[in-house]
Design a protein around this ligand. Structure first.
Ligand code: 8YV
Length: 319
């Protein structure tokens, strides 16, 4: 008998076709966001769950999962929505989808950098609202990316692709990572053992670290103060790595020139002040939202399920 899988959200057609072929999937054709109670109810009749980051598997939810459920195969690289310690205690296998979204997320990061530096939100608003009346040499003047220093916090898969793309803009790469990466992966990037040491070298700062208790609020008042004046901050990792109050204060005071944000604390109910600031370029958590990548994420989650249900170790096991 084919294993039964709860698929919490509507996935790409090609992914659902493979699910239909190889599993007994419980699909969500209307893509309604399930509550934890609904997930627990449906979970009574499945062997595994294929969720997105929108479903939270807290210790309490994991404790209530039926014994029949053996694997959570995430459709995401980040797994901060799953209590890994609780999963390990319960013997629940957890997987993620690395690699396949690095290019899409890096592209979005470059878009955030350009959008913030070239005042994309303001420009778009001017054109759409018919407020664009004139042109002058001082009109909509922004900051150039070419030749600037880019600091990257978290030099993993995504951070390294961002560095490659940014080199195309002639940027010098500086980075902090939990450990220094091999010289062939550094490609000349300058390593700083602490985030504090990196800060003064960032005309642009891109955050690509994982969300964890250690990275919670890592971009705080003190670190923003250590950035060069008029620096630009972008974030396509998780909202939790930024202290919103500190960032907003710096965007208002002019300490920072601009920010580009794709992820936020408490999405989608973000800090409302962001909406009022003209020097932030805002996107609704779409880092991996390309057709190619969403297919890739689904297939990678399925590869993990296939390995698990054929008695092998899933390639992307995180618990
Ligand atoms: C997705 C992401 O939007 O993979 C991640 O960690 O943040 C994004 O790719 C989302 O998490 C899909 O579940």
């Amino acid at each position: 008998m084919k294993p039964s899988i709860l698929v919490t959200r509507k996935l790409p057609d090609a992914v659902e076709a493979r699910l239909q072929r190889d599993y007994e999937p419980v699909l969500n054709p209307t893509d309604r966001l399930y509550s934890s109670d609904e997930i627990l109810e449906i979970a009574e009749k499945v062997d595994g769950i294929l969720p997105c980051h929108t479903e939270k598997f807290t210790a309490e939810v994991i404790a209530r999962l039926p014994q029949r459920v053996k694997i959570i195969a995430n459709f995401s690289v980040g797994y901060d929505h799953v209590d890994i310690t609780a999963a390990q205690k319960r013997g629940l296998v957890v997987t993620n989808t690395p690699d396949v979204l690095s290019d899409a997320t890096a592209e979005l990061t470059i878009m955030l950098m350009l959008g913030a530096a070239r005042r994309a939100s303001e420009g778009e608003q001017l054109v759409r609202s018919k407020q664009w009346k004139d042109w002058s040499p001082s009109f909509m003047v922004g900051v150039q990316m070419t030749g600037k220093r880019l600091g990257i916090v978290g030099f993993g898969r995504v951070g390294q692709v961002v560095a490659k793309r940014a080199r195309g803009f002639g940027m010098d790469i500086h980075y902090h990572n939990r450990s220094r990466v091999a010289p062939d992966l550094e490609e000349g990037a300058v390593y700083y053992p602490t985030i504090d040491e990196l800060m003064p070298h960032c005309d642009f700062l891109a955050l690509h670290c994982v969300a964890s208790p250690e990275t919670d609020g890592l971009l705080n008042r003190q670190r923003i103060a250590a950035l060069p004046d008029r620096a630009i901050v972008v974030n396509a990792s998780r909202g939790t790595v930024i202290d919103d109050e500190a960032l907003i204060e710096a965007l208002k005071s002019g300490k920072l020139y601009a920010a580009g944000l794709d992820v936020f604390n408490n999405e989608p109910d973000i800090n409302p002040t962001y909406r009022e600031l003209t020097n932030v370029f805002l996107m609704p958590h779409i880092g991996s939202a390309t057709k190619e990548t969403r297919d890739g994420m689904g297939f990678r989650a399925l590869d993990n399920l296939d390995a698990f249900f054929s008695g092998n170790e899933p390639e992307d096991r995180v618990a």
